[in-house]
Structure formats: C-alpha cells, structure tokens
Design a protein around this ligand. Structure first.
Ligand SMILES: *Cc1c(COP(=O)(O)O)cnc(C)c1O
Length: 397
C-alpha cells in the first residue's frame, strides 16, 4: 500500500529498475494466455527470439528464462563451468559482489579484483592477471557492464581485448541487466560468451524474464561443464527454441510484452535509444553539479547512461531523504545498497523515459533536498532545463 492511498497523477518510479512500463507494453500483455504448444504461440516465439538477437546485437541464440536476472546469472555459471573452476571477477559494487557470492555457493572458486566502488573494470589489470595464469586455471572472467549500485559503466570491448592480448582461453561472462536497451552493448562485436540480462530495466517490462545470449564457444563449453543443471540447462532450451518451442511453460504474457518491447526499441533505433539515455544522464549530472552534490562514479569516462548515484553530504541520511521524496512527491528514488547504504541515493533515468519525466524527477529531488534540509545550492533543475532545451531536436539552427 502506498502511504497516500489515492495519489492523483502517475507515480514517479525513478529507481534504476524496475522501470516505468509503457502503456503500449501493458496493453500488449492484456490478452488471454494461449496454448504454448499451439501455432499462434509458435509464431510469437519465433518472432520474439529473432527480435531479441537484434537487441543484443548478436546472430547467436538468446535464451529466455521465466526468472529474475539472478536466475540468468546462475544459468550462465552452471552451463559453462565445473565444480572447483576458478572464475575471475571484478568488484565494481553490490551486484558484482552478489554474483561472486553465487559463484562461491555453486562450488566455484572465485577471485575478486578491484574493490573500488567508484571505478570501472581495469582491463590492464585483467590482462596482467591472465598473463600470470600460465596454467589457464581461470575458466571465466565475469564482469558487470553497468554496476547498478554505483552508476559506473565498464568497457566490455576493452576487457575482450585484454583477454585476447593475454592469449588466454577464459570465457567472458557479462551482466547487462541494467544496460541492455539503454547503453550501447554488442554481444558479437565484443566477443562476449554469455550475456546476462533481465526484463525490468532497459527492456521496460515488468520483472519476471531474464536472458542468456550465448556464443558458440559458450555452447561447446556447456557440453564439458559438470555443475548440476536441469531447469537452467541450455541444451533443451536451444534445441526446442530452434523450432519456436520451450521445454517448459513459458511466461506467455510477458512474451507478448517482450515482443512489443523489442518492436519499440527497434522502431526508435538502438542508436537513438542510447543517445536518448546519454542525454538524460548528462542533464542529470548537470543538475547534481549545480546542486554542488557529489556523483559517486569517480571516472567521467565511466558515467552511467542509465542511472546516477549521488553521495549524501556528511551527516545526512540518504534513506531519510528518499522518504521525504516519496511522501511529499510520490517519487521513488533508488536506495544505497550494502556498503553505501544510507550514504547514496540513485536516480534511475532508463527505460520508457522522456525530457519532461526527467524534469519532474529532478524537480522532485530538488524540492525534497530543500524539505529534508540537505545542504545544496539551488539551480539544478534550471541547469537541466537549459541543457535539454539547447539539445532538443528543434534547437539545431
Ligand atoms: C537488477 C540487477 C541485478 C539483479 O537482478 P534481479 O532481477 O533482481 O535478480 C543484477 N545485476 C545488475 C547489474 C542489476 O542491475
């Protein structure tokens, strides 16, 4: 239950996922569930599995699970690895840490590099570590493309080049749960072996679907991998998907929505989608700078296009501030997770989003900063307005 049981107007769901589900997708899902072994479903599945490849920028299969992103993390690990295998991971933040904990729980050995929650993955450090691994004990390198707890985006192509430069056979596994459909991501061109994604962020769907895009190398490593797998097994998925079927009941209505989501992204054009996100991210950062608050990401080259994490001034609690924003303006902002709990709040600017939704969000933040008596300068909203005006399509003259 919301605090105000009859809030008029729309709730502002500006957490970095789940994101706002557009009406077009809500309507696309509002149909009777059909027989998942019938011809109508078969046509839908073939279409969705084809469109998905375009969104992942791949010619390889994309597997769809009726699960949250965490399930697709597990699928990526259990299909490619064997008990005791060593995986090299990079600690960008909370989500990288959860993926590592999962690897440990599954009986893998994991090694964490990095640990600075304000910096992206360092490809040179990965290359050095792989060069030192002359016995090829490391079986996979696992990274989070866009670390949602910190708003830091890493260069996946550079990590691929680092693995190649070290002439190391490790697989490259990448979590794109908060970047796919928001920040440029290329499964094939960047030589990724398994891409993990979820439905409820850039894909604008409700939670409940997750994905593994796979490479040929990943599929062949699946044959040798001995970690137990049944529900998550790629083998039956790939063989049945090839003919437009699923090995168990799919999330039919979410697939209606997924089909619509892919259409929306491809109609807008992926480049336009990424540019839209980058522009809203820049406008947000201009507001944060004008407020004289600090952006958590410490490397401007790694600023995230899908969310911005903002450091609370010393002595102020981020969660108390978020509560003020929710209670007064019906605006949900992202909380700080684990190590940065209470210390940061996050503005999600991804998914189905436009200039005026961003301005509503930033206005809510600025008003809540005032009400919560968080020390800041005025003018953040104005800085974003000016930037959006000057970069609007009609401003070219
Ligand atoms: C949201 C998120 C997850 C967790 O996904 P669930 O759908 O909650 O299981 C993992 N990694 C990243 C980068 C995320 O943004």
């Amino acid at each position: 239950m919301r605090l105000n049981s009859h809030p008029s107007g729309r709730h502002f769901l500006q957490i970095p996922g789940p994101t706002n589900v557009p009406d077009r997708i809500l309507r696309a899902m509002d149909y009777p569930t059909i027989d998942h072994r019938g011809p109508e479903f078969n046509a839908l599945a073939r279409k969705v599995l084809r469109s998905l490849r375009q969104v992942f920028q791949t010619r390889q299969p994309v597997i769809v699970y009726p699960a949250s992103g965490t399930g697709a993390w597990e699928a990526a690990l259990v299909n490619t690895l064997s008990a005791g295998d060593l995986v090299l991971m990079w600690e960008t933040g909370h989500f990288a840490s959860l993926w590592k904990r999962m690897a440990d729980r599954l009986g893998l050995k994991s090694e964490f590099l990095g640990g600075d929650w304000r910096k992206p993955v360092d490809p040179d450090a990965i290359e050095q570590r792989l060069r030192a691994d002359t016995q090829h004990a490391i079986k996979a390198v696992c990274i989070v493309h866009n670390e949602t707890s910190t708003g830091v985006t890493s260069d996946v192509g550079a990590v691929r080049r680092a693995i190649d430069a070290a002439r190391h056979p490790a697989l490259l596994l990448v979590d794109t749960i908060s970047s796919l459909g928001s920040i440029d991501y290329r499964h094939d061109a960047w030589g990724v072996d398994v891409t993990v994604a979820g439905s409820q962020k850039g894909l604008m769907l409700p939670p409940g679907l997750s994905f593994n895009a796979v490479s040929e190398k990943a599929v062949s490593s699946c044959k040798a991998s001995t970690l137990p797998k049944s529900f998550w097994s790629w083998e039956e998925m790939l063989s049945t998907n090839a003919n437009g079927w699923f090995p168990y009941t799919p999330a039919t209505n979410l697939l209606y929505g997924l089909s619509e989501a892919c259409d929306m992204l491809l109609e807008e054009g992926l480049d336009a989608v990424f540019a839209r996100h980058a522009r809203h991210a820049e406008a947000t950062r201009l507001a944060v700078k004008a407020w004289d608050l600090e952006i958590l990401c410490g490397d401007p080259a790694a600023y995230s296009g899908s969310l911005t994490a903002i450091v609370m001034p010393e002595g102020h609690d981020a969660d108390a501030f978020r509560k003020v924003a929710l209670e007064n303006f019906n605006l949900s902002l992202g909380q700080g997770l684990s190590k940065v709990a209470g210390k940061v709040f996050r503005i999600g600017h991804l998914g189905d989003f436009n200039d005026l939704m961003l301005m509503g969000t930033l206005s809510g933040v600025e008003m809540a900063l005032g009400l919560a008596k968080v020390p800041h300068k005025a003018g953040g909203v104005q800085a974003a307005v000016t930037y959006l005006r000057d970069t609007a399509p009609g401003a070219r003259a």
